[in-house]
Write a protein that binds this ligand. Structure first.
Ligand code: B1M
Length: 210
């Protein structure tokens, strides 16, 4: 088994091949983190670069996303560690106007795997929905994701909305997604920023302890 076949399957949007190689990798006890970070995420980066360069198009992105999701579904149960006491409750969503959910779902899986209870709201989430979910689930942390420069600005609206309803001091708010930066997170008064799914877990732990 060659894990580059997985990279290649995701890059070329071949769901069945991606699932087949993922299953082979699991049977050889390869760590899910290695499979995801070193092959799957790299393939998504490459298809994004090709899209930017004009050599791949939206249908290619969709097919790669489908293959990536198929493999992630198989890996997800392996990242879950049910023997730990919940470390805190996190409401997660991709912000309004934004439909990218692969990175956000990876963050959810990592948080769950490390003992957080996760309420995954999905994509295109308005400030009202984030607030409703925090109230309903009595969440400790809100985690927002955005992949577009045009939607990342909505994060500030969500933070302001929490302020306006008097809930801002009751929740920690963390943000992430490819176009964001630490400076942007500070500017919008988020409590923390992380640039990948692994560091999102350390950040959530830090926020729970603060
Ligand atoms: Co879109 N897209 N897309 N796309 N897409 C990007 C983001 C883009 C960079 C491509 C490019 O031009 N190179 C570009 C954005 C440009 C910009 O704004 N600067 C872009 C564009 C332009 C668009 C459309 C506008 C295209 C069009 O229709 N003309 C459109 C917008 C739709 C919308 O959302 N309203 C669009 C549509 C799509 C698809 C639907 C086809 C598909 C998404 C499918 C899906 O998610 N279900 C898609 C895809 C697949 C991509 C790329 C290729 C891959 C994204 C991805 O899944 N990466 C992407 C290019 C790229 O990223 N290189 C691109 C893999 C994933 C694991 O990484 O999501 O970055 P990522 O998540 C990381 C970190 O960012 C971080 O951790 C994750 C794991 O390490 N992270 C967090 C994410 N959220 C976090 C939250 C946290 C912490 C960390 O909280 C604390």
């Amino acid at each position: 088994m060659n894990l580059y076949e997985l990279y290649d399957a995701i890059l070329n949007g071949k769901l069945e091949k991606a699932v087949e190689v993922t299953n082979q990798a699991i049977s050889q006890s390869i760590e899910p983190q290695i499979i995801i970070n070193d092959y799957m995420v790299k393939a998504m980066e490459e298809i994004g670069a090709r899209f930017e360069a004009g050599s791949a198009f939206v249908p290619n992105l969709l097919m790669s996303a489908r293959a990536m999701k198929g493999s992630l579904e198989i890996l997800k149960p392996l990242m879950n560690n049910s023997n730990v006491t919940p470390m805190g409750k996190v409401v997660v969503g991709t912000v309004k106007g934004d439909l990218h959910d692969i990175g956000k779902n990876l963050v959810c899986s990592m948080l769950e795997g490390c003992g957080f209870e996760v309420v995954n709201l999905g994509v295109d989430i308005s400030s009202e929905k984030f607030i409703e979910a925090v109230k309903e689930h009595k969440a400790n942390i809100v985690c927002m994701s955005a992949l577009l420069t045009t939607t990342m600005t909505y994060m500030k609206e969500v933070i302001d909305a929490f302020e306006n309803v008097g809930l801002r001091k009751d929740v920690k708010i963390m943000v992430g997604g490819a176009p964001l930066s630490e400076d942007f997170a500070n500017e919008i008064h988020a409590d923390g920023y992380s640039d990948n799914a692994n560091s999102a877990v350390s950040l959530a732990k830090k926020l729970m302890a603060s």
